[in-house]
Design a protein around this ligand. Structure first.
Ligand code: T4K
Length: 370
C-alpha cells in the first residue's frame, strides 16, 4: 500500500529557517506575555488579512470563549449544528444555550431564512460559521441582527484569507474568530485570533486573554489565560512568508478535483460561490443516491486504500449527547444539516498533495470495482 494520505497535512518551512527566530527568543528570554514576535505577528496579520485589529490567542476555541465574554453575550445564541464541536462548546462554557438552526445545502452555512423564527426574548447573538471557508450570507445576517438588536460573532476558523466582494470576509459581524491549528490553512502549531473593528474592543479582549490585567495591579475582569506564546508567534511570522503560495496551490488542487471528478455519476460538489476568492481549506464532495456505494462505504473503501478523508461534519453537534436534549436539537428541525452530514466526505487537500496522489484519489472514487 502507498503511504497514507491524510485529509490535511501542515506545510512546514525548512527547519533551518526557524532557527534564527528561536535564537532571538533564546537571546532575549521573552517567552510569552505580548512579546516582540506576538506584537509583530498581530500587525503582520492585520496587514495581510486587511483588517483593523486582531488579538492573538493560544487556540481558536479559547478565542471563541473569550469573544463571547468580550461582548457580554448571555441567554440564547443562534448557531449551526453543522460545525466542529468547539463552536457550540464555546457557548456552553459561557453558560449560554445554543439554539440550532438549519443550514443552506449550497454552502453548509446557517440558512438566513430560518433564523428569525428561532429568535426569542432571550436571544442575544448569532454565532454562524463560514463552513469550509464558504462565506455566510453576511448581508442578510447583518440585517437580521440590526432588526433584533443582536450581536454577530463569526466562527471564521476555516476562513483565513477568504476574500468576499473584494474585501476580507473577516470584516463582517461584530467579531470574527480564527483558528491557527495545525490542520488549518495558516497554522502556528496551535493558535487562534479574534478580529475586531475598534481599538476599545481589542483592548478589552487583550485584558480578558491575560486574566483581566490592565496593568501590574489592576484586574478589570474575570479574564483567562488565552495568550499565544512567542514560539508560536515566531512560527506564524515564518509561515506568513509562504502563505500566498500555499493558498494558490490549494485553489489549484480544488479546481483539479472539480475537473477530474466532473461527470462521475453520484458525486457532486457544493457550487462555487460568486464574488469570492476561496482559500481551498476543505474539499467536500457529496455522495448521492446514484453513486454505487453509500457515503460510508466510499469513506471506508478510500481508507482501506490509505486515503483518509473525513466526514466533517458528522455527526451533527445537535446529535451529540450533551446537546441532544435541547428543544432546538429536535431531529425534525434540521433536515438539511442531517442530509449533508450523511453525504459529505472531505477529501485530502493540502499544499504538498502531489498530482500523482490527487490522481490516485480521483481514480479510487471514479473506479468502483477496485
Ligand atoms: N470552529 C471550527 C469551525 C473549527 O473547525 C475548529 C477546529 C474550531 C472552531 C476550534 O479551533 P481550535 O481550537 O482547534 O484552534 C481537527 C482539528 O483539531 C480542529 O482544529 C479543527 N477545527 C477540526 C475541523 O479538525 P480532528 O479531530 O479531525 O483532527 P485530527 O487530529 O484527526 O487531524 C486530522 C488529520 O490531520 C490527521 O488525520 C492527520 C493530520 N494532522 C493533524 C495534526 C493535528 C497532521 O498531519 N498533523 C497534525 O499535527 O480535528
Amino acid at each position: 500500500m502507498n503511504k497514507p494520505i491524510y485529509v490535511t497535512q501542515p506545510s512546514l518551512p525548512p527547519l533551518e529557517e526557524f532557527i534564527p527566530y528561536l535564537q532571538q527568543i533564546w537571546d532575549n528570554k521573552i517567552l510569552t506575555n505580548n512579546g516582540p514576535f506576538h506584537k509583530q505577528l498581530e500587525q503582520a496579520l492585520c496587514d495581510y488579512l486587511g483588517v483593523d485589529h486582531l488579538a492573538l490567542f493560544a487556540n481558536g476555541t479559547i478565542a471563541l470563549v473569550t469573544a463571547l465574554q468580550a461582548l457580554r453575550i448571555r441567554g440564547e445564541v443562534i448557531t449551526t449544528p453543522y460545525s466542529f464541536v468547539a463552536t457550540s462548546h464555546s457557548l456552553v462554557w459561557n453558560n449560554i444555550t445554543p439554539v440550532f438552526v438549519d443550514i443552506d445545502p449550497d454552502t453548509g452555512n446557517l440558512d438566513p431564512e430560518r433564523i428569525e423564527e428561532s429568535i426569542t426574548p432571550a436571544t442575544t447573538a448569532i454565532l454562524p460559521v463560514h463552513c469550509y471557508g464558504n462565506p455566510c450570507d453576511v448581508e442578510r445576517i447583518g440585517k437580521i441582527a440590526d432588526t433584533y438588536g443582536l450581536k454577530v460573532i463569526y466562527d471564521a476558523a476555516h476562513a483565513f484569507g477568504v476574500q468576499h466582494k473584494e474585501e476580507s470576509l473577516l470584516r463582517h459581524g461584530d467579531l470574527s474568530v480564527l483558528s491557527f491549528h495545525a490542520t488549518k490553512v495558516f497554522n502556528t502549531f496551535e493558535g487562534g485570533a479574534i478580529v475586531c473593528p475598534d481599538a476599545k474592543t481589542k483592548q478589552r479582549i487583550d485584558y480578558l486573554k491575560n486574566f483581566g490585567f490592565a496593568d501590574e495591579v489592576t484586574v478589570t475582569a474575570t479574564g483567562i489565560n488565552g495568550k499565544m506564546s512567542e514560539v508560536n508567534a515566531a512560527f506564524g511570522l515564518l509561515q506568513l512568508n509562504g502563505i500566498d503560495k500555499a493558498l494558490d496551490r490549494r485553489r489549484q488542487i480544488a479546481a483539479n478535483y472539480r475537473h477530474l471528478l466532473h461527470g462521475v455519476k453520484g458525486i457532486s460538489f457544493m457550487p462555487e460561490i460568486t464574488d469570492t476568492i476561496s482559500n481551498g481549506s476543505y474539499m467536500p464532495i457529496l455522495v448521492g443516491k446514484d453513486y454505487p456505494l453509500t457515503r460510508d462505504q466510499l469513506y471506508q473503501k478510500l481508507k482501506d486504500h490509505g486515503i483518509n478523508g473525513r466526514r466533517y461534519f458528522f455527526p451533527l453537534i445537535s446529535d451529540m449527547p450533551m446537546y441532544r436534549g435541547l428543544a432546538s436539537a429536535n431531529r425534525e428541525r434540521l433536515p438539511v444539516a442531517r442530509q449533508l452530514a450523511n453525504q459529505v466526505i472531505c477529501l485530502p487537500i493540502f499544499p504538498d498533495l502531489s498530482d500523482d496522489q490527487l490522481n490516485q484519489i480521483v481514480d479510487r472514487i471514479a473506479t468502483i470495482d477496485r
